[in-house]
Structure formats: structure tokens, C-alpha cells
Design a protein around this ligand. Structure first.
Ligand code: PMP
Length: 434
């Protein structure tokens, strides 16, 4: 049965399948951190629906909230009509947002994916500014629809994307220590102020406070504040893509809180739907130049997702799971950093809260290009992922060369589970090195 399912899907589904290729399991049951395959094997799931499951799989409060809507006889599909379920979701969401932002904010339900909300954000700032290009960063990931893809950093980090979309600008993301962040910030400033290049002002700047798919790159708080100052001085709306970083994941309820900046637009999805599809943008009311019907979408009113989302947001807030993520994440990071002293294949360990990345390199190969660092080790990273799977641990790879092992466990992770995750990863690394 198990093999049959895998074979039939691999024949019928597009070769674009991603997770199914590297994680050949057939999940049939799940609870919290654990997924059970059709073959009865159990796995610790540190992929968590690509960072969606703040409370893990099938958390009782989420299941209860979904059942309550079903049992109440409420319509499951309501387009964008006002309902008690939607009212509760909006109220809870606004209660979690930084108050300086929420006090003057509007919400637009988009949907149902993160990429839809990214498109909506672009459309909003283009409409409000009358400008077209977007300023985005190297290593960025914003989704797979045309506009979001054009703003994502592809393999070739070019300044102007090759896709036939409005002129976009690509700036270096502010990593690489204090010096790297400063150089990156000046780069952006120069681009915007370039008197000869004739750079038209962009409609907006979009950034992730911690890049996820790009390989877990936390933006330094100082660089975030610089980006806020640079955009504010030039009246360029700043869009914070918190699709992956939101809802406590990085150790603050929203990752922009670390730097204290107030963006103009926040793009939210993944965890806000409590494991069901939901995506919104929240933005400064001044940007709301939209006329009735200016933004629509059939699937903006998924009542089950809103109820699951309300339960998730409330649970994270009431149980201070953001603080928990900060403490536990720091502990896991320290253990992984200690591991790096025995493993020269670990080029870097970084992260924020429970968004952690372990970058694998080839310490024996000669450095390539201009970089003095050892080159990336994609074959080793793929082997580590497979060795993890053999040990019952699901991890995802990220980064430009797919060499960053990413951990995105639920915020409900226990101390024992955190220990087990690091232990299994350490074993897997040792086995893959052999
Ligand atoms: N933005 C960020 C920061 C993301 O991590 C993702 C998904 N990984 C998206 C946007 C796109 O979301 P979706 O896959 O739901 O379209």
C-alpha cells in the first residue's frame, strides 16, 4: 500500500514536487511534533508544514475550534462577508500586533496563500504611490506567483530581475556582521539616491526580518532600523513579510518587534491560519486608496481557517510561547554551536527563536571565488537530511545551495524533544560525514 501510494503519486504529479522527493514518507497521523507514516514509523517533524504549525500538528485547541464552527452550522465559505468567526479572528490578530501599528491599521483578507498576500501588498503600494518597481533583497523568498517570484532572490542575484515584470531592484541583505550590514545599507542608499542612474523611486521595499528559505538569515536589528529610516526619508512604503517569522516563531510575537520598527505593511500567512490556509495584509490606513472591489478573491473567507487561527494566536499569546521560543531556541543554538567545534563541516549556526539554520561546508575543498570561506557542501547536506530521516527526524534544507539544514519545530516543543532533535541531528551529521 505504502509503496503503491508513493509510486502512483510520483508518476502523476509534476516533477516540480519538492518535499515528496526528499522526504519519501506517507503521513497518515500526526500530533504535536510527531508524524506517523503509513508504515507505522514515527518522525519528529521539524519542518512543521514549512513553518506553519506554531502549535504542532492537530493541537487540541485548534481541533476544538474547527469542530465548534462545524457543529454550530455556520457556513464554511463566506467570501468576504462579516461573520462572528471573522470578527473574533480580526480582534485577536489586532490584539497581538504592535500597538503603534495596530492603532491605525486596516486589514485586507487575501488568499489563501502567503504569495497571494505578497501580491496584494505589491498592488496596494503601487496603487498608493503611483510607482511600479519593488526593492527586494538577495536571498529573499516571497512566493511563487509572478510578482512574488520577481521579488525573490533567484540563483542569480541580479539587480534587475530577468522576468518581464516591473523594474525591480535587488539590494544586498544586511548580513555579514556589522561591517556587512553597513555596506549593504549604503548600497541601498546609493541605489535610491543615484543621481546619474536615473533610478525611479520604487513603490515599496519588501524584506523578511529573518530570511527563511534563503537559508535562515536573521537581519540585524540595526540594519532593520536603517531600512526603516531610509524608506521613511524617501516616502517608500516598507513591507515586512512575516509569513514565516510571525506568531512567536523568532522569539517575539512578530519579528519586527526585535528592532522596534513599525512597517507600513505586514504580510501574514502560515501560522495565522492555525494549519489551514489563510493570508492577510495589515497596513497603515493612509495607504488604503483602494476603491470597493479593488481587491477580491473567492477564498478569502475560510471560516475554519479563521477559527483555527484565532485559537492559535490566542494560545501563543496566553501561554507566552514567543518567550518560550526565545529561551528554547537559544539553548538549541548553543548546543549546535558547541557541536560545530567538533565538526568543521558546520560552517555556521544561526537563527532566532525556533527558526534555526546549520550551514554545511566542505572544509577540505579549496575556497572558491573571492570568498575565504570553505565552499558549500550540497551533497553532504542532502546526506544529512536522509540520515535524519533514517533516525526519525524531518528537516528541510534551504539557502542558495540547499546547504542550510533548517529547524522550524512547533513552539510547543518540550525540553526533552528539543534535546532529541539536536541529538538526532548530531548523529545524522556524524553518519553523513563517514
Ligand atoms: N513569504 C515568505 C517569507 C515565505 O517563507 C513563504 C513560504 N515559504 C511565502 C512568502 C509564500 O507563502 P506560500 O507558500 O503560502 O505562498
Amino acid at each position: 500500500v505504502y509503496e503503491g501510494i508513493l509510486r502512483r503519486q510520483s508518476l502523476r504529479e509534476s516533477a516540480a514536487r519538492t518535499y515528496a522527493r526528499s522526504l519519501p514518507i506517507v503521513p497518515v497521523r500526526a500530533r504535536g511534533l510527531t508524524i506517523e507514516g503509513a508504515d507505522g514509523r514515527r518522525y519528529l517533524d521539524c519542518l512543521s508544514g514549512a513553518g506553519t504549525l506554531a502549535l504542532g500538528h492537530n493541537h487540541p485547541v485548534v481541533l476544538e475550534a474547527i469542530k465548534k464552527v462545524i457543529d454550530s452550522g455556520a457556513p464554511l465559505h463566506v467570501l468576504d462577508l462579516a461573520t462572528p468567526v471573522k470578527d473574533a479572528f480580526t480582534t485577536e490578530l489586532f490584539a497581538t500586533l504592535p500597538s503603534r501599528f495596530a492603532d491605525d491599521a486596516r486589514i485586507q483578507f487575501c488568499g489563501p496563500a502567503g504569495t497571494d498576500a505578497v501580491e496584494a501588498a505589491f498592488k496596494l503600494v503601487r496603487g498608493a504611490t503611483g510607482r511600479s518597481g519593488l526593492l527586494a533583497f538577495t536571498g529573499a523568498y516571497h512566493g511563487m506567483t509572478a510578482g512574488a517570484l520577481a521579488a525573490s532572490g533567484g540563483a542569480e542575484d541580479v539587480r534587475v530581475t530577468r522576468l518581464p515584470f516591473p523594474r525591480n531592484y535587488r539590494c544586498p541583505f544586511g548580513i555579514g556582521g556589522e561591517r556587512g550590514a553597513e555596506i549593504a545599507a549604503r548600497w541601498t542608499e546609493n541605489l535610491l539616491d543615484d543621481p546619474k542612474g536615473g533610478t525611479p523611486a520604487p513603490a515599496g521595499m519588501i524584506l523578511e526580518p529573518v530570511q527563511g528559505e534563503g537559508g535562515v538569515n536573521p537581519a540585524p536589528d540595526g540594519w532593520m532600523r536603517r531600512m526603516r529610516a531610509i524608506t521613511e526619508a524617501r516616502s517608500v512604503p516598507l513591507i515586512a513579510d512575516e509569513v514565516q517569522t510571525g506568531v512567536g516563531r523568532t522569539g517575539a510575537f512578530w519579528a519586527v518587534e526585535h528592532s522596534g520598527i513599525v512597517p507600513d505593511v505586514m504580510v501574514l500567512s502560515k501560522a495565522i491560519g492555525g494549519s489551514l490556509p489563510l493570508a492577510v495584509i495589515v497596513y497603515r490606513s493612509e495607504l488604503d486608496t483602494w476603491q470597493p472591489g479593488a481587491h477580491a478573491g473567492t477564498f478569502r473567507g475560510n471560516q475554519l481557517a479563521m477559527a483555527a487561527g484565532t485559537a492559535t494566536l490566542a494560545f501563543v499569546r496566553e501561554n507566552r510561547l514567543a518567550e518560550r521560543a526565545a529561551t528554547l531556541g537559544a539553548r538549541m543554538l548553543a548546543r549546535l554551536q558547541a557541536l560545530a567545534t567538533d565538526h568543521p563541516t558546520i560552517g555556521d549556526v544561526r537563527g532566532r527563536g525556533l527558526m534555526i539554520g546549520v550551514e554545511l561546508v566542505d572544509p577540505e575543498a579549496a575556497p572558491t571565488g573571492d570568498s575565504p570561506e570553505p565552499p558549500p557542501a550540497p551533497a553532504l547536506a542532502a546526506a544529512v537530511q536522509q540520515e535524519c530521516l533514517r533516525r526519525g527526524l524531518i528537516v528541510e534544507l534551504g539557502g542558495r545551495h540547499s546547504t542550510v539544514v533548517r529547524l522550524l519545530p512547533p513552539l510547543t516543543l518540550t525540553d526533552e524533544q528539543a534535546t532529541a532533535v539536536v541529538d538526532r541531528l548530531a548523529d545524522a551529521l556524524a553518519a553523513a560525514e563517514r
